[in-house]
Ligand binder design. Structure first.
Ligand code: SAM
Length: 175
């Protein structure tokens, strides 16, 4: 199974906590193996995401603080592919079939992205060419990548599990 990791760039501790946490939750729920928050160490966001992993299961990982160039260089040394989600990129549907059997590092931004990223990426991919959000872009990209199978995944060793139901909220809590 190819490895899929999200690299969150441009995280600002004072204003991106919620969005970056949601990028992490989407990465986890839509099939990625982990998220790395580049450059900025943010233990609060790490803990928020780890708490969801403890309660809902799986072995999703979160790291923060490493310089993004180091992460990209390590990933490339390992033979992985660098994907940058940007509204300026090529249409996701045209590109994603070529990515399915590759280890992917998926870069999403927050503020203005350094032009260098567009050069370094093996693929600059757009989820439509309109400005929207790193959360939506990541969700749609991962769903296209995994073809919807990510939504059927079981998360092992979770304490809480939803019982899908037509009405109301049914959950199973493991002791
Ligand atoms: N204004 C910034 C720039 O031009 O670099 C981007 C701001 S945008 C709110 C934050 C991130 O959302 C982008 O870096 C990109 O990763 C993602 N994003 C937004 N719209 C997108 C789109 N149409 N396709 C792919 N990614 C998108």
């Amino acid at each position: 199974m190819p490895r899929v990791v999200v690299l969150r760039m441009g995280h600002r501790i004072d204003r991106d906590k919620r969005v970056t946490t949601h990028v992490g939750l989407v990465a986890r729920a839509f099939g990625a193996d982990g998220i790395i928050i580049a450059n900025t160490r943010d233990t609060a966001v790490e803990e928020s995401i780890r708490k969801v992993v403890r309660n809902w299961g799986g072995d999703f990982f979160v790291e923060s603080g490493k310089p993004w160039r180091e992460i990209v260089a390590e990933w490339r040394r390992g033979g992985g592919c660098i994907v940058h989600l940007t509204m300026y990129g090529l249409p996701v549907n045209d590109v994603v079939p070529r990515l399915r059997d590759r280890d992917l590092l998926i870069i999403v931004g927050a503020e203005k992205m350094p032009g260098e990223v567009f050069e370094i990426a093996d693929f600059n991919i757009a989820i439509g060419n309109q400005p929207h959000s790193e959360i939506a872009a990541l969700a749609v990209f991962l769903d296209r990548l995994f073809g919807g199978s990510e939504l059927k995944r079981e998360f092992k060793n979770g304490k809480i599990r939803v019982i899908p139901s037509e009405k109301g909220k049914k959950i199973e809590i493991k002791a």
